[in-house]
Design a protein around this ligand. Structure first.
Ligand code: FES
Ligand code: FES
Length: 221
């Protein structure tokens, strides 16, 4: 072969100019095919993405909201990324810390473990919907009064969980500690800690959190 017709590329050329711009022109066959195949992949991906979108309408903090959302989106991401309600926090994102706790129809759930599209017609309450800076929810006021937080990252989840605990106690829902609330209707320290055990606080504000909750339940046990 006539060497004058060959393109000479040194290792230094590749490093300086970049692999794609050098190698591309040296691929007489297959490069167009590769491009076409890439474009087909892009079309396939776009089609996959659009087919996984789904509309969902729910009430969030008493306001009706409709989202056209990827079916794989968690309720947590829908609240934070789509509705910009960033009071609900993402800690572990897999159900271990409770930072993402919100109320759905009055019941507490980990929003990171639930898909947004499953909540059509539901009533979702986040920390933003419990009270306002001017009119705090009694649980929010109690957390402030008893210093129930340090960094505050777990606090929205702790407060939403605590509000649900009050509802559970009022409704007589038993816990592992107190099977029959008719015998001990007041929330003891042990009872509260058991019911709040799904909410982790890395700052260790547990004692003050329990004090805040006991203040709202009216228990001094
Ligand atoms: Fe949901 Fe940790 S972020 S449980
Ligand atoms: Fe910091 Fe609970 S106050 S994690």
């Amino acid at each position: 072969m006539d060497e004058s017709n060959q393109i000479k590329v040194t290792r230094r050329d590749v490093l300086v100019i970049g692999t794609a711009s050098v190698v591309g022109p040296l691929l007489p066959m297959g490069s167009a095919g590769a491009k076409e195949s890439k474009s087909m992949n892009d079309t396939q991906q776009t089609s996959d993405e659009s087919s996984s979108m789904y509309p969902v309408t729910f009430r969030v903090n008493r306001i009706s909201r409709t989202l056209d959302i990827d079916t794989r989106t968690s309720l947590l991401d829908a609240l934070r990324e789509h509705l910009k309600l960033t009071g609900t926090k993402k800690g572990c994102d897999h159900g271990q810390c409770g930072a993402c706790t919100v109320l759905v129809n009055g019941v507490r759930i980990n929003a990171c473990l639930s898909l947004a599209v499953m909540h059509g017609g539901d009533d979702v309450t986040t920390i933003e919907g419990l009270g306002t800076p001017e009119t705090l929810h009694p649980m929010q006021a109690a957390f402030i009064k008893h210093d129930g937080y340090q960094c505050g990252y777990c606090t929205p989840g702790q407060i939403c969980s605590a509000v649900a605990v009050l509802n559970e106690i009022k409704a007589g829902v038993p816990s592992h500690v107190t099977a029959d609330l008719t015998e001990a209707p007041e929330a003891t320290n042990l009872e509260i800690r058991e019911r709040m055990s799904g909410n982790i606080c890395r700052c260790g504000a547990y004692s003050n959190i329990a004090e805040a909750i006991k203040d709202v339940t009216g228990s001094h046990a």
